[in-house]
Design a binder for this molecule. Structure first.
Ligand code: AMP
Length: 374
C-alpha cells in the first residue's frame, strides 16, 4: 500500500480520548476519521467525520465499518479474534491482528517479551488456588496477582502481601487463568512510545517517567530523570519489541526501573498511550500524528522534542471541578475530552506545562509548576 492520499478515511476502533486525539491529528494531515464505538456521543466521534455505533462483535456492523474506510487502526484493542479476522479480511488493519492478540493477553505478552530477550518480572500462570499457593512458594511475597485479559488502570489485579490474601484475591479475580507476578520494588516507572513503518523505519519519543495514583496514571515527566544507561536500555527494549512484533503502527512500552538500575518491561500497548500525551505540546510531531503517519504509510521523521514537559491527568469529579481554575492558570495547556459525565476514576482531560529543554524542575518545582493541580 502506498501513502494514503489526503481525503482518505481512516477507521478507528474505539471512541475514547485516544481516538479523539488521533482523529484531531488525522484531520491536520487531511484525513477523515470514521469511528467504531459502542457509545453515543463519544469523545472520538465528536471530532470525527462519521461513526458506526455498535459493539465490537456484530459482523454486520464490522462489515459496514470496513466498507466505509481505507485503513483500520485502534485506540481500543480488546476486539475479539473473530472480529479482527473479519476486519483484516476486508481492509488493511494496522497494527496487524497478531500484534493485538499478544497485547490482549498477559501470558502471550510475557512469553513474547521473554522470547524476544526482554526481561520482565518473574511470572507464573495459575488456574487453581493450589497452583497459586505453589506459585507464591516459588516467587515469594509480596506478589501481584492479575487477570490475563481485560485488565486496565489496576482493574483485575490484587496485591498479595500475606498468605491470608491469597484465597480472597483468587476468588475475586476473573476470568481465569490468572498470572502471578513477582513484586518489583521499583525506583521508578518509565515508558517509551515508538512508531514503526511498513519499511521498518522507527521513530521513538524520549523516555518519560510516570507516576500513578490509585493505579491510574497521574503525572508524566518528560524526559525521565534517569541515567544515560537506563535510558539506552529502555530505548533498546522499545526498538527490539517493535522489530520483533514486525509492528506497523504505534507502540507504548511501560517499564520498571528496579533499585539496581535494571529495566524490566511490564506492559505493551499497540496504540497511543496516556504517557505520550505530553508530545502534543512538546514535540513538532505528537504521538497521535506519529500513529496516523505509521498507518497511512507517510514518512516518519525523528520524534524530536522541543521542550521539557509535565503532564497531569484530570481524573474524576474532583479534578473535573478544577477546570475553570485550570483555564485561568497561565502556562497550563488544557485538554478536555468532551465527556459529559466525570465519574470517579474516569479520565476527563489532561493539562501540560512546558519548560525550556533541559529546565524540567526538581520535585518541588514540578508541584509549583502545576499550580492548582500540584
Ligand atoms: P499494569 O496493569 O500491569 O500496568 O499495572 C498497573 C500498575 O500496578 C503498574 O503501573 C505498577 O505501578 C503496579 N504494578 C503492576 N505490576 C507490578 C509488579 N509486578 N510489581 C510492582 N508493581 C506492579
Amino acid at each position: 500500500m502506498g501513502p494514503l492520499p489526503p481525503n482518505s478515511t481512516i477507521g478507528l476502533v474505539g471512541g475514547g480520548q485516544l481516538g479523539r486525539m488521533s482523529a484531531l491529528a488525522a484531520a491536520r494531515l487531511g484525513y477523515k476519521c470514521h469511528i467504531l464505538t459502542r457509545e453515543t456521543d463519544s469523545p472520538a466521534a465528536q471530532v470525527s467525520d462519521s461513526v458506526t455505533i455498535s459493539d465490537y462483535t456484530d459482523p454486520v456492523s464490522l462489515r459496514a465499518f470496513a466498507a466505509a474506510v481505507d485503513v483500520i487502526s485502534f485506540e481500543f484493542e480488546n476486539v475479539s479474534a473473530e472480529g479482527l479476522d473479519l476486519l483484516s479480511s476486508l481492509k488493511p488493519v494496522r497494527p496487524a491482528p497478531s500484534v493485538l492478540r499478544i497485547s490482549q493477553d498477559r501470558e502471550a505478552e510475557k512469553s513474547f517479551l521473554n522470547q524476544a530477550g526482554v526481561a520482565t518480572a518473574p511470572w507464573i500462570i495459575v488456574e487453581t488456588l493450589a497452583e497459586l499457593e505453589a506459585a507464591v512458594a516459588r516467587l515469594g511475597l509480596p506478589a501481584v496477582l492479575k487477570t490475563t485479559r481485560l485488565g486496565y488502570d489496576g482493574k483485575g489485579q490484587a496485591m498479595l502481601r500475606t498468605p491470608a490474601d491469597l484465597a480472597p484475591a483468587f476468588e475475586r479475580l476473573a476470568p481465569r487463568p490468572l498470572i502471578l507476578e513477582g513484586f518489583v520494588d521499583f525506583a521508578c516507572e518509565i515508558s517509551v512510545v515508538i512508531g514503526r513503518g511498513a519499511d521498518g523505519t522507527m521513530a521513538a519519543f524520549d523516555t518519560v517517567e510516570n507516576r500513578h495514583r490509585n493505579h491510574i496514571l497521574d503525572i508524566t515527566l518528560a524526559p525521565a530523570r534517569i541515567t544515560e544507561a537506563v535510558d539506552q536500555a529502555a530505548q533498546t527494549i522499545a526498538r527490539d519489541i517493535a522489530s520483533a512484533l514486525d509492528l506497523v503502527g504505534l507502540l507504548a512500552v511501560e517499564m520498571f526501573v528496579d533499585k539496581d538500575g535494571r529495566v524490566l518491561a511490564n506492559e505493551i500497548a499497540p496504540r497511543p498511550h496516556n504517557s505520550g500525551h505530553w508530545t502534543i505540546d512538546a514535540c513538532p510531531m505528537s504521538q497521535f500524528e506519529l500513529h496516523i503517519r505509521t498507518i497511512a504509510g507517510l514518512p516518519l521523521p525523528p520524534a524530536v522534542r522541543h521542550s521539557d514537559a509535565v503532564m497531569k491527568n484530570l481524573v474524576g469529579p474532583d479534578e473535573a471541578a478544577l477546570w475553570p481554575e485550570i483555564l485561568a492558570t497561565p502556562g497550563l495547556i488544557p485538554h478536555h475530552y468532551g465527556k459529559t459525565e466525570a465519574r470517579p476514576g474516569r479520565k476527563i482531560g489532561h493539562a501540560t506545562r512546558l519548560f525550556p529543554k533541559g529546565a524540567l524542575p526538581g520535585e518541588f518545582g514540578v508541584t509549583a509548576a502545576l499550580g492548582i493541580l500540584g
